[in-house]
Write a protein that binds this ligand. Structure first.
Ligand code: SF4
Ligand code: SF4
Length: 286
């Protein structure tokens, strides 16, 4: 069973919910797929078991064979190859590793080499739960390869919790693809609703069942609630806005560990997941 946690934008409380659900769902393997800004490890702490580089291919052109015909540049929709008068300019970071340019090059002038685009770290956290963190290197534009690698590693795990990138980018699609259920975190404001709508559309297009968690309930208005009611979207729970919760977060604390009522919010929420989660898999006492 794979559950993804996502949001329309940053700052909605997605990471807070992810880390606290990780605490409550004690049999879950946790994946931090928010590769541009992974920070679950700051809260779940633990110790590093291993760190591996993640590689991606890029094209290399043999100038002795290249006739500057331009076919590779015409083929590459990502503009990673720009044939110029004196040679083909290669923008490695734009390459999506599709392999097509070598196929269209009639001169056999293109081969591929690997380069590191980030890392993947395995940690043991809490009661020896595994946390896998993907981290995209500064300057890289796509974390899809890192997310795919993370998902390959946990493919055989029976219960996986994935903290996805926010928004509806290719990275978010890669993170939520094939999950059994998605939890969409939003805040009850017009901005929250606007960003949430795009994610709702994405999840519906991908036929992924999902429910909504309203974070910072009490601020804003009831537009998110109304939208969910009209569109028959399940609201899994509401977490009230609290300055005290913000203070726990800002010093790196876990709300589920420190606040019993927060545990109660999560227990109620988990009951609303349309999933077969065993009662003994949910625990707040460590
Ligand atoms: S397709 Fe091959 S021959 Fe043509 S410009 Fe690209 S590398 Fe050169
Ligand atoms: S492998 Fe694909 S994405 Fe990369 S440069 Fe070639 S055509 Fe473009």
């Amino acid at each position: 069973m794979k559950i993804a946690i996502l949001s329309g934008k940053g700052g909605t409380g997605k990471t807070t919910l992810s880390m606290n659900l990780a605490y409550m769902l004690k049999h879950a393997v946790v994946v931090d797929a928010d590769v541009e800004e992974p920070n679950l490890e700051l809260f779940l702490k633990g110790h590093v078991e291993r760190t591996l580089p993640v590689f991606k291919s890029y094209p290399v052109i043999d100038e002795n064979k290249c006739t500057l015909c331009g076919a590779c540049g015409d083929f590459c929709v990502y503009n990673a190859l720009l044939p110029a008068r004196k040679g083909v300019l290669i923008h490695k970071e734009l390459c999506h590793d599709c392999g097509g340019c070598a196929v269209v090059c009639k001169q056999g002038a293109i081969h591929y080499e690997d380069r590191s685009i980030g890392t993947l770290t395995e940690r043991k956290v809490l009661d020896y739960q595994s946390l896998y963190t993907g981290r995209l290197s500064v300057g890289e534009v796509s974390g899809v390869k890192i997310i795919e690698t993370l998902k390959e590693i946990v493919a055989e795990e029976p219960f996986v919790l994935i903290d996805s990138p926010p928004g509806t980018s290719c990275a978010t699609v890669a993170a939520v693809e094939d999950v059994d259920y998605a939890i969409l975190v939003t805040e009850p404001t017009p901005f929250g609703l606007s960003d949430m709508k795009m994610v709702v559309e994405m999840l519906q297009n991908m036929s992924i069942p999902f429910g909504v968690v309203i974070n910072k309930a009490g601020i804003g208005d009831d537009s998110v609630t109304l939208f969910c009611e009209i569109n028959n979207i399940s609201i899994l729970g509401e977490i009230p806005f609290s300055k005290e919760y913000a203070a726990v977060y800002s010093r790196g604390g876990l709300l589920a560990e420190e606040r019993s009522e927060y545990q109660d919010y999560l227990r109620e929420m988990i009951k609303h997941f349309p999933l077969d989660i065993a009662e003994d898999a949910v625990g707040g006492d460590r």
